[in-house]
Design a protein around this ligand. Structure first.
Ligand code: FE2
Ligand code: FE2
Length: 299
Protein backbone atom coordinates (compact mmCIF):
# COMPACT_ATOMS: atom_id res chain seq x y z
CA UNK A 1 0.00 0.00 0.00
CA UNK A 2 1.29 3.44 -0.92
CA UNK A 3 -0.08 6.53 0.77
CA UNK A 4 0.61 10.08 -0.40
CA UNK A 5 -0.51 13.44 0.98
CA UNK A 6 -1.53 16.15 -1.50
CA UNK A 7 -1.83 19.82 -0.51
CA UNK A 8 -2.00 22.97 -2.57
CA UNK A 9 -2.35 26.75 -2.81
CA UNK A 10 -1.02 27.77 0.60
CA UNK A 11 -0.35 31.34 -0.67
CA UNK A 12 2.15 32.87 1.74
CA UNK A 13 1.77 36.66 1.68
CA UNK A 14 3.31 39.68 3.36
CA UNK A 15 1.63 42.46 5.35
CA UNK A 16 1.63 45.74 3.40
CA UNK A 17 4.39 47.35 5.44
CA UNK A 18 6.75 44.57 4.41
CA UNK A 19 6.21 45.11 0.68
CA UNK A 20 8.63 47.67 -0.81
CA UNK A 21 7.17 50.08 -3.35
CA UNK A 22 9.88 49.17 -5.84
CA UNK A 23 8.62 45.58 -5.70
CA UNK A 24 5.26 46.81 -6.97
CA UNK A 25 6.77 48.60 -9.97
CA UNK A 26 5.09 46.11 -12.25
CA UNK A 27 1.46 46.39 -13.35
CA UNK A 28 0.70 42.74 -12.63
CA UNK A 29 2.13 42.89 -9.11
CA UNK A 30 0.59 46.28 -8.33
CA UNK A 31 -2.88 45.13 -9.39
CA UNK A 32 -2.40 41.83 -7.53
CA UNK A 33 -1.37 43.69 -4.40
CA UNK A 34 -4.34 46.09 -4.68
CA UNK A 35 -6.62 43.08 -5.15
CA UNK A 36 -5.22 41.53 -1.98
CA UNK A 37 -5.77 44.78 -0.09
CA UNK A 38 -9.30 45.13 -1.44
CA UNK A 39 -10.36 41.70 -0.20
CA UNK A 40 -9.53 39.00 -2.64
CA UNK A 41 -6.71 37.54 -0.59
CA UNK A 42 -7.86 38.77 2.80
CA UNK A 43 -9.71 35.49 2.97
CA UNK A 44 -6.39 33.66 2.83
CA UNK A 45 -5.78 32.69 6.42
CA UNK A 46 -2.34 32.93 7.98
CA UNK A 47 -0.23 30.57 5.91
CA UNK A 48 2.38 30.29 8.66
CA UNK A 49 -0.13 28.92 11.19
CA UNK A 50 -1.58 26.57 8.61
CA UNK A 51 1.87 25.36 7.57
CA UNK A 52 2.62 24.44 11.18
CA UNK A 53 -0.71 22.61 11.58
CA UNK A 54 -0.29 20.87 8.23
CA UNK A 55 3.20 19.64 9.00
CA UNK A 56 2.15 18.41 12.45
CA UNK A 57 -0.75 16.50 10.89
CA UNK A 58 1.32 15.09 8.03
CA UNK A 59 3.89 13.84 10.55
CA UNK A 60 1.15 11.70 12.14
CA UNK A 61 0.28 9.95 8.87
CA UNK A 62 2.01 6.87 7.53
CA UNK A 63 3.12 8.35 4.23
CA UNK A 64 5.34 7.31 1.36
CA UNK A 65 5.44 10.91 0.14
CA UNK A 66 3.94 14.39 0.01
CA UNK A 67 2.92 16.37 -3.09
CA UNK A 68 2.45 20.14 -3.38
CA UNK A 69 0.79 21.50 -6.52
CA UNK A 70 1.67 25.17 -6.54
CA UNK A 71 0.80 28.70 -5.44
CA UNK A 72 3.23 28.86 -2.55
CA UNK A 73 3.03 32.68 -2.65
CA UNK A 74 0.67 35.47 -3.76
CA UNK A 75 2.93 37.82 -5.72
CA UNK A 76 6.05 35.70 -6.20
CA UNK A 77 8.00 38.10 -3.92
CA UNK A 78 11.34 37.06 -2.39
CA UNK A 79 9.94 37.91 1.07
CA UNK A 80 7.00 35.57 0.51
CA UNK A 81 9.31 32.75 -0.60
CA UNK A 82 11.56 33.38 2.39
CA UNK A 83 8.58 33.16 4.75
CA UNK A 84 7.50 29.92 3.02
CA UNK A 85 10.99 28.46 3.23
CA UNK A 86 11.20 29.12 6.95
CA UNK A 87 7.67 27.92 7.73
CA UNK A 88 8.02 24.76 5.65
CA UNK A 89 11.57 23.87 6.66
CA UNK A 90 10.56 20.41 8.00
CA UNK A 91 8.92 19.54 4.66
CA UNK A 92 11.79 21.13 2.76
CA UNK A 93 14.22 18.83 4.55
CA UNK A 94 12.27 15.67 3.77
CA UNK A 95 13.46 13.55 0.86
CA UNK A 96 9.98 12.35 -0.09
CA UNK A 97 8.33 15.64 -1.14
CA UNK A 98 7.45 16.55 -4.71
CA UNK A 99 6.46 20.13 -5.54
CA UNK A 100 5.87 22.37 -8.50
CA UNK A 101 5.19 26.12 -8.72
CA UNK A 102 1.86 27.77 -9.49
CA UNK A 103 1.03 30.92 -11.43
CA UNK A 104 1.39 33.06 -8.29
CA UNK A 105 4.96 31.77 -7.90
CA UNK A 106 5.89 32.64 -11.50
CA UNK A 107 3.87 35.86 -11.19
CA UNK A 108 6.22 38.14 -13.14
CA UNK A 109 9.37 37.49 -15.18
CA UNK A 110 11.73 38.11 -12.27
CA UNK A 111 9.90 35.52 -10.13
CA UNK A 112 10.37 32.72 -12.66
CA UNK A 113 12.74 30.11 -11.22
CA UNK A 114 12.36 31.33 -7.61
CA UNK A 115 10.31 28.32 -6.50
CA UNK A 116 12.95 25.99 -7.94
CA UNK A 117 15.69 27.87 -6.04
CA UNK A 118 13.86 27.84 -2.70
CA UNK A 119 12.62 24.24 -2.91
CA UNK A 120 15.15 22.47 -5.14
CA UNK A 121 14.73 19.05 -3.50
CA UNK A 122 11.06 19.01 -4.42
CA UNK A 123 11.91 18.82 -8.14
CA UNK A 124 14.41 15.98 -7.81
CA UNK A 125 13.90 13.21 -10.36
CA UNK A 126 14.48 9.46 -10.02
CA UNK A 127 15.13 9.26 -13.78
CA UNK A 128 17.31 11.81 -15.59
CA UNK A 129 15.28 15.03 -16.06
CA UNK A 130 13.63 15.03 -19.50
CA UNK A 131 13.62 18.79 -19.50
CA UNK A 132 14.36 21.42 -16.91
CA UNK A 133 12.52 21.96 -14.70
CA UNK A 134 9.96 19.41 -15.87
CA UNK A 135 8.71 16.82 -16.58
CA UNK A 136 10.36 14.77 -13.86
CA UNK A 137 9.40 11.61 -12.01
CA UNK A 138 9.63 10.23 -8.49
CA UNK A 139 8.91 6.59 -7.64
CA UNK A 140 6.97 5.64 -4.52
CA UNK A 141 6.73 1.85 -4.63
CA UNK A 142 4.34 0.99 -7.46
CA UNK A 143 3.32 4.64 -7.92
CA UNK A 144 5.19 6.93 -10.33
CA UNK A 145 4.60 10.60 -9.57
CA UNK A 146 5.26 12.84 -12.57
CA UNK A 147 5.72 16.57 -11.92
CA UNK A 148 4.83 18.93 -14.76
CA UNK A 149 5.22 22.70 -14.74
CA UNK A 150 2.45 24.68 -16.40
CA UNK A 151 2.76 28.19 -14.93
CA UNK A 152 4.15 31.31 -16.58
CA UNK A 153 3.95 35.07 -16.06
CA UNK A 154 0.78 36.61 -17.48
CA UNK A 155 -0.66 40.02 -18.20
CA UNK A 156 -2.92 41.53 -15.52
CA UNK A 157 -6.31 39.79 -15.20
CA UNK A 158 -4.96 36.66 -16.89
CA UNK A 159 -4.19 33.65 -14.69
CA UNK A 160 -4.01 31.04 -17.43
CA UNK A 161 -1.20 28.54 -17.89
CA UNK A 162 0.36 26.47 -20.61
CA UNK A 163 2.59 23.41 -20.70
CA UNK A 164 5.47 24.26 -23.04
CA UNK A 165 5.28 22.22 -26.27
CA UNK A 166 8.66 20.69 -25.65
CA UNK A 167 7.57 19.53 -22.18
CA UNK A 168 4.54 17.84 -23.77
CA UNK A 169 6.84 15.88 -26.12
CA UNK A 170 9.09 14.98 -23.21
CA UNK A 171 6.11 13.89 -21.15
CA UNK A 172 4.89 11.73 -24.04
CA UNK A 173 8.21 9.89 -24.16
CA UNK A 174 8.54 9.69 -20.35
CA UNK A 175 5.13 7.99 -20.10
CA UNK A 176 6.45 5.24 -22.39
CA UNK A 177 9.36 4.45 -20.06
CA UNK A 178 9.16 0.85 -18.79
CA UNK A 179 9.57 2.07 -15.18
CA UNK A 180 6.39 4.11 -15.61
CA UNK A 181 4.45 1.53 -17.60
CA UNK A 182 4.89 -0.91 -14.70
CA UNK A 183 3.44 1.54 -12.16
CA UNK A 184 0.31 3.57 -11.39
CA UNK A 185 1.17 6.94 -12.93
CA UNK A 186 0.03 10.08 -11.13
CA UNK A 187 0.52 13.39 -12.93
CA UNK A 188 0.86 16.46 -10.69
CA UNK A 189 0.50 19.95 -12.12
CA UNK A 190 -0.85 23.31 -10.97
CA UNK A 191 -3.64 23.82 -13.49
CA UNK A 192 -6.70 21.62 -13.68
CA UNK A 193 -7.97 20.02 -16.85
CA UNK A 194 -11.67 20.53 -16.15
CA UNK A 195 -13.80 22.68 -13.90
CA UNK A 196 -15.63 20.94 -11.03
CA UNK A 197 -18.70 20.79 -13.33
CA UNK A 198 -16.68 18.80 -15.88
CA UNK A 199 -16.66 21.72 -18.35
CA UNK A 200 -13.39 23.16 -19.72
CA UNK A 201 -11.92 26.02 -17.69
CA UNK A 202 -12.12 29.63 -18.89
CA UNK A 203 -9.50 30.96 -21.29
CA UNK A 204 -8.18 33.52 -18.78
CA UNK A 205 -8.01 31.02 -15.92
CA UNK A 206 -7.35 27.54 -17.26
CA UNK A 207 -4.64 25.58 -18.99
CA UNK A 208 -4.55 26.85 -22.58
CA UNK A 209 -3.40 23.52 -24.00
CA UNK A 210 -5.43 21.23 -21.72
CA UNK A 211 -6.75 19.36 -24.80
CA UNK A 212 -3.25 18.57 -26.06
CA UNK A 213 -2.22 17.34 -22.60
CA UNK A 214 -5.37 15.22 -22.21
CA UNK A 215 -4.61 13.46 -25.49
CA UNK A 216 -1.43 12.03 -23.93
CA UNK A 217 -3.12 10.53 -20.88
CA UNK A 218 -5.51 7.71 -21.92
CA UNK A 219 -4.27 4.28 -20.88
CA UNK A 220 -1.13 5.78 -19.32
CA UNK A 221 -2.03 8.12 -16.46
CA UNK A 222 -4.26 6.77 -13.68
CA UNK A 223 -4.75 10.04 -11.84
CA UNK A 224 -4.12 13.75 -12.41
CA UNK A 225 -3.82 15.91 -9.28
CA UNK A 226 -3.72 19.68 -9.30
CA UNK A 227 -4.44 22.94 -7.47
CA UNK A 228 -5.31 26.46 -8.76
CA UNK A 229 -9.11 26.14 -8.49
CA UNK A 230 -9.29 26.37 -4.66
CA UNK A 231 -12.08 23.79 -4.72
CA UNK A 232 -11.89 20.15 -3.77
CA UNK A 233 -13.28 17.62 -6.21
CA UNK A 234 -12.67 14.36 -8.02
CA UNK A 235 -13.92 13.67 -11.55
CA UNK A 236 -13.62 10.85 -14.06
CA UNK A 237 -11.47 11.92 -16.96
CA UNK A 238 -12.70 9.21 -19.33
CA UNK A 239 -10.79 6.08 -20.33
CA UNK A 240 -10.54 5.00 -16.69
CA UNK A 241 -8.47 7.97 -15.46
CA UNK A 242 -9.38 10.44 -12.69
CA UNK A 243 -8.64 14.06 -11.98
CA UNK A 244 -8.62 15.43 -8.43
CA UNK A 245 -8.13 18.88 -6.94
CA UNK A 246 -7.21 19.26 -3.26
CA UNK A 247 -8.45 22.86 -3.11
CA UNK A 248 -6.49 25.37 -1.03
CA UNK A 249 -5.34 24.83 2.55
CA UNK A 250 -5.57 28.60 3.17
CA UNK A 251 -8.71 29.81 1.39
CA UNK A 252 -11.24 30.45 4.16
CA UNK A 253 -14.12 30.76 1.66
CA UNK A 254 -13.60 27.13 0.67
CA UNK A 255 -12.91 23.92 2.52
CA UNK A 256 -9.37 24.27 3.83
CA UNK A 257 -8.31 20.69 3.38
CA UNK A 258 -5.66 18.37 2.08
CA UNK A 259 -5.96 14.90 0.58
CA UNK A 260 -4.60 11.50 1.53
CA UNK A 261 -4.32 9.23 -1.51
CA UNK A 262 -3.96 5.54 -0.80
CA UNK A 263 -3.08 3.11 -3.60
CA UNK A 264 -3.74 -0.55 -2.91
CA UNK A 265 -4.82 -3.58 -4.97
CA UNK A 266 -5.79 -1.53 -8.03
CA UNK A 267 -7.94 0.89 -6.02
CA UNK A 268 -7.36 4.50 -5.00
CA UNK A 269 -8.85 5.59 -1.70
CA UNK A 270 -9.22 9.33 -1.23
CA UNK A 271 -9.56 10.78 2.25
CA UNK A 272 -9.73 14.49 3.11
CA UNK A 273 -8.46 16.14 6.29
CA UNK A 274 -9.90 19.56 7.10
CA UNK A 275 -8.44 22.53 8.94
CA UNK A 276 -10.16 23.47 12.18
CA UNK A 277 -9.36 27.16 12.76
CA UNK A 278 -10.44 27.03 16.41
CA UNK A 279 -8.08 24.19 17.19
CA UNK A 280 -5.53 25.40 14.61
CA UNK A 281 -5.19 21.78 13.58
CA UNK A 282 -6.23 19.47 10.78
CA UNK A 283 -8.72 16.74 11.61
CA UNK A 284 -10.52 13.83 9.98
CA UNK A 285 -13.40 14.72 7.64
CA UNK A 286 -15.30 11.43 7.36
CA UNK A 287 -18.19 12.70 5.19
CA UNK A 288 -16.08 14.86 2.86
CA UNK A 289 -17.67 15.16 -0.59
CA UNK A 290 -15.74 13.28 -3.30
CA UNK A 291 -13.90 11.10 -0.79
CA UNK A 292 -14.12 7.35 -1.33
CA UNK A 293 -12.73 4.55 -3.49
CA UNK A 294 -11.91 4.79 -7.19
CA UNK A 295 -10.81 1.95 -9.45
CA UNK A 296 -7.37 2.49 -10.93
CA UNK A 297 -6.44 1.98 -14.55
CA UNK A 298 -4.92 -1.45 -15.10
CA UNK A 299 -1.17 -1.41 -15.55
FE1 FE2 B 1 -4.18 29.60 -5.86
FE1 FE2 C 1 -3.10 29.30 -9.24
Amino acid sequence: MIRLAHFSDIHFNLPSHQVAWRELAHAKRLLGWLGMRASRYRRLAGARTIAAALQADIAQQQLAGVVFTGDMTCLGLPGEFEQARQALEPLRQRQDVVGIPGNHDAYVDEAVGAFERYFPGWLRSDLPHRGWPSPFVRFFGDVALVGLESSRPNLPHDSSGEVPKQALWQLDSLLDHPELRARHVVLALHYGLLRPSGAPDHRLHGLRNADALMQLLPGRVALVIHGHMHRRFMLPLGNGSWVGCAGSVSDTKRSQAYHLLEFEDGVLRLEARRYNSTLQAFEAWPDAPHAGSFPLLER
